[in-house]
Design a protein around this ligand. Structure first.
Ligand SMILES: Nc1nc2c(ncn2[C@@H]2O[C@H](COP(=O)(O)OP(=O)(O)OP(=O)(O)O)[C@@H](O)[C@H]2O)c(=O)[nH]1
Length: 447
């Protein structure tokens, strides 16, 4: 308490003879400060004011402060004065002023009415801070930012920043324009809740997305993924690429780009279909069968399951060609393939290995069930009627069944199926022959 009293005494002694509190504040103020009456006539200025105005203090005393304004009559200083006098409340704003040397500067200004008794006249303490340079820099930054935003909005994709906190929670900090056009979602909605976007990523792709981001966060390797997103306009393929950085506080940030690659994907899929499809019948071709068949074999091997497969060969097909011409032969092959396809489940493999020879791989089917599936197929083929000119053409097929065991090879199983097919042909055609030594698979009675 004694210490505060000492300080007060020291300050009062120093202040003594230096005028009112406002005047002392004015002198001590490190920037530009002026004291005016209620009409804006300058009563006193501080030393900083001379530097700012470029003219001696005495040149300002007695002049109206509005003379500093580029528009002395109707400029902001007039408004500030009127505001302070009418409302007895401070005014703050940026003024455009002219220095004595003619240079224009922007001033961050505060007009503070000084509390006075009813007998004392109103005075205003005006403090000014030159913000010309700051403003120029801000304008420059603003121009740069606008240019950058223009460039970002013209990019063929959406730029984003994604953050993962130390507990693994994801949130988007930034999206450039175009997210709505790309994903049918507003940037605001996704920045509020990252799940709004993640929930739209299709099933298995979502798992891949979460896993790949987690791997990128651990390894700090770039993140890259192609994934499908449900949008109001239907599913779209997006490609995401981003570079991760780790901050000191454990937060991982990705700066990246999302691109729509739907048309590229469709083109790829079309090309893939072309190279994997038999042009005449639309079923898989030989190469695609071996690729897909190998994948089915590997999956079944992991699950310890056997896969039944069969070779199919149209009976006496040469006769059709010879009797009715190659075009009718082609038509017959197409009708046969369509019937087979309709008889099988969508995920069973059906391929044309060449000529009138086909192969079927029954995915997720027990060997003991294969016989009835294939014999039904045989019967459906027998029921095909192909109308040509004034005749109705009928066909039959012979089938050779084999079972690919979990550790077996696809080639070996195919050659066993081929041998069974040979037997079916020799035993009279329009029949199914199969192994006699595999438990659960018995040659059944046919026809
Ligand atoms: N129309 C048509 N015929 C084809 C095509 N590919 C192969 N062929 C014909 O299919 C016939 C197959 O004849 P073969 O191998 O003797 O067999 P098959 O006449 O069916 O006799 P089996 O198999 O013993 O019942 C040949 O005449 C080939 O020219 C094709 O894409 N279109």
């Amino acid at each position: 308490m004694a210490r505060i009293r000492d300080m007060w005494q020291t300050w009062s002694t120093q202040r003594a003879g230096r005028g009112s509190l406002a005047e002392v504040l004015l002198d001590d103020f490190p920037g530009v400060a002026l004291l005016t009456d209620a009409y804006g006539v300058v009563l006193r200025v501080n030393p900083g004011c001379e530097r700012y105005c470029g003219s001696p203090a005495k040149a300002l005393i007695g002049r109206r402060i509005t003379s500093l304004d580029v528009d002395p009559l109707h400029g902001d200083i007039s408004h500030a004065l009127a505001h302070c006098v009418a409302r007895r409340r401070p005014w703050q704003g940026v003024l455009l002023c002219r220095r004595a040397d003619g240079r224009l500067i922007h001033q961050d200004a505060v007009f503070q009415p000084l509390a006075s008794g009813s007998s004392e006249p109103l005075r205003l303490l005006v403090t000014l801070h030159d913000v010309t340079e700051l403003r120029q820099r801000a304008l420059h930054d603003h121009t740069l930012l606008e240019r950058l935003q223009g460039t970002l909005s013209r990019l063929p994709g959406v730029v984003f920043q994604l953050r993962q906190d130390a507990r693994g929670r994801l949130d988007f900090l930034y999206f450039s324009d175009g997210l709505r056009a790309l994903a049918g979602l507003s940037a605001g909605a996704v920045m509020d809740r990252a799940d709004a976007l993640l929930e739209r990523v299709q099933g298995e792709d979502r798992e891949a997305l979460v896993t790949s981001l987690a791997q990128s966060a651990v390894s700090l390797q770039p993140w890259e993924l192609e994934f499908r997103l449900d949008t109001p306009e239907g599913p779209r393929w997006l490609e995401g690429r981003a570079s991760p950085t780790r901050r000191g506080d454990g937060i991982t940030l990705w700066d990246g780009l999302l691109l729509c690659i739907t048309s590229r994907k469709q083109e790829e899929q079309r090309t893939q279909r072309l190279v994997s499809t038999d042009m005449l019948t639309g079923v898989l071709n030989r190469r695609a069968f071996f690729d897909a068949g190998e994948a089915v074999r590997a999956r079944a091997a992991r699950q310890g399951r056997s896969v039944p497969l069969a070779m199919l060969d149209l009976d006496h097909f040469k006769r059709i060609n010879d009797a009715h011409g190659h075009a009718v032969g082609d038509l017959t092959l197409q009708a046969f393939a369509t019937t087979c396809r309709d008889c099988l489940r969508p995920y069973d493999l059906l391929a044309r290995l060449g000529g009138e020879e086909f192969v079927v791989m029954l995915v997720d089917t027990l060997p003991e069930d294969a016989w009835s599936v294939l014999d039904r197929l045989r019967a459906e083929v027998e029921a095909i009627e192909i109308e040509i000119a004034d005749t109705t053409l009928r066909i039959t097929v012979s089938l050779g069944l084999a079972v690919l065991p979990p550790e077996g090879s696809l080639d070996l199983a195919l050659s066993q199926a081929d041998q069974a097919l040979y037997r079916a042909k020799h035993e009279g055609r329009n029949r199914l022959a199969g192994p006699t030594d595999v438990p659960g698979v018995r040659e059944g009675e046919q026809q």
